[in-house]
Ligand binder design. Structure first.
Ligand SMILES: NC(=O)c1ccc[n+]([C@@H]2O[C@H](COP(=O)([O-])OP(=O)(O)OC[C@H]3O[C@@H](n4cnc5c(N)ncnc54)[C@H](OP(=O)(O)O)[C@@H]3O)[C@@H](O)[C@H]2O)c1
Length: 431
């Protein structure tokens, strides 16, 4: 029989994730104690409204509205922050470290904006800061990146890290829905918030991209470093074009390390249907990792929801509890380099372009000339339709962003180009 030590958790927040954590600790407490030697006890919980019915196996006396009293409580061993937003979560976490408590958090927003301050405080206190749930909910990513892949040099991460937008794009792809109709359906099913801005404009994915890049490339990347385009401009026609050409459209978080510089971006992209990310449907998430020696890895699963996210939080609690009992701490901040963030204009990518053009001799040559002058090399080009319906479709080779944008600007001003019907980035061709 393994001797077990009770580790008292002070939980800040008991909403979707917090309530699921309380239920999981209750339901699997014996197993966790057997496996880890630590019995987790949710000893105190801070909420806004103590009178609310929460369907959790906790006695009413553990609830308070005073989060500070929890982080100051000498009987609390670990603080578990599940409030959402920046304040008061940030101030309470810093206070927990000052009081010599380790912290588990699920807040991507906090880590992507205030990560350095939090890690500095955890290092100064010699305490753990664990955050597996902050990126892609229940999918283990932080521990594999920090631990199992510590010996690898990761070169690229391509992730579908926002379930709401993946659900919307799946509806558009599989049912030909317009963006607004797909968003309304996502809201009806509870996948999208009443205010969907953080998801559809890519802010949520950008925060996760910053965290993933920081961990994968060992340098501090913050949310505002990430180039960001959402999915609100994607039309049903773009998706239909992609489908016809053997691609699907995904909102990707992309982090790359090249020549010791990091590039980070979130934007919609056409992904070949043969690529593993193309088969990630509905609200599922997946993160595709490439390394020099390991080649390609893919992590797939439920990126949100109370129960899957609680699994990641409880995993962190069990690990941090073990560390505390052993009088040690896990791997601290791994941002040991100061790598330059490459400006978006200097990054390289492939593009799909659909132009409504005049149908006549010399038109293709005139347009192709602008590509050539800017050093944008064309992988494929073909004409569809004729007369008033004539369109030219291009797929470029990998090219510098600024060169492609300059070409696009010149094509807009060209009399033979009637309209730029569609422009989409292409990713994962080699996958
Ligand atoms: N939901 C997911 O699928 C998911 C996935 C990954 C990560 N996360 C992250 O997990 C965290 C929690 O998310 P959630 O979905 O559980 O949020 P939520 O359902 O809105 O719950 C927030 C909880 O915090 C409490 N709270 C908020 N402000 C407070 C304050 N000033 N003082 C005391 N209590 C306060 C609320 O109290 P009341 O209940 O009384 O209102 C509620 O219990 C967020 O950082 C989120 O980004 C969530």
């Amino acid at each position: 029989m393994v001797s077990e030590q009770v580790v008292r958790i002070g939980m800040l927040g008991c909403g979707n994730v917090g309530a699921a954590v309380a239920r999981l600790v209750h339901d699997h407490g014996d197993d966790i104690a057997l496996r880890t030697g630590c019995r987790l006890e949710i000893a105190r919980v801070a909420v806004r409204d103590v009178a609310r019915d929460r369907d959790v196996p906790l006695s009413p006396e553990v609830f308070t509205t005073d989060g500070a009293s929890i982080v100051d409580d000498p009987d609390i061993d670990i603080v578990c922050e599940l409030l959402g937003g920046i304040e008061p979560a940030r101030a309470l976490i810093l206070r927990a470290f000052a009081n010599g408590r380790s912290v588990v958090t699920a807040s991507k927003e906090l880590l992507a904006n205030n990560g350095k301050e939090l890690f500095d405080a955890s290092d100064a206190a010699g305490m753990d800061l664990a955050f597996e749930a902050a990126v892609a909910g229940g999918i283990p990513l932080i521990a594999p990146l920090k631990g199992s892949l510590a010996g690898e040099r990761i070169s690229r991460i391509l992730g579908i890290v926002n379930g709401t937008t993946n659900y919307i794009l799946t509806q558009m792809f599989e049912h030909g829905s317009a963006f607004d109709a797909a968003l309304a359906e996502a809201q009806r099913l509870g996948y999208a918030e009443a205010d969907p801005t953080a998801d559809v404009e890519g802010f949520d994915a950008a925060a996760k991209c910053a965290i993933l890049a920081s961990i994968a490339f060992n340098t501090r990347v913050v949310a505002s470093d990430v180039y960001r385009e959402g999915i609100t401009k994607i039309q049903a026609q773009d998706i239909a074009d992609a489908k016809r050409l053997g691609y699907t459209v995904k909102l990707l978080a992309i982090a790359e390390l090249d020549d010791d510089e990091v590039s980070v971006r979130v934007h919609p992209a056409m992904v070949p249907e043969s690529h593993p990310l193309a088969s990630v449907r509905d609200a599922f998430n997946a993160v595709f990792v490439e390394g020099d020696r390991i080649g390609q890895l893919m992590f797939y699963g439920r990126g949100a929801g109370g129960d899957p996210t609680a699994v990641a939080v409880v995993g962190d609690l069990a690990q941090v509890a073990r560390n505390r009992v052993a009088g040690t701490r896990g791997i601290g901040c791994t941002c040991v380099y100061e790598r330059r963030i490459r400006p978006m204009d200097d990054t390289h990518g492939q593009f799909y372009l659909n132009l409504h053009v005049e149908d006549g001799p010399g038109v293709l040559a005139e347009i192709a000339d602008h590509f050539g002058r800017n050093g944008v090399s064309i992988e494929r080009v073909w004409q569809e339709g004729s007369g008033d319906e004539a369109t030219l479709v291009f797929i470029t080779h990998r090219t510098q962003e600024s060169a492609f944008q300059k070409t696009l600007q010149q094509l807009r001003d060209l009399p033979v180009v009637r309209a730029i019907s569609s422009v989409l980035r292409v990713e994962g061709e080699e996958g």
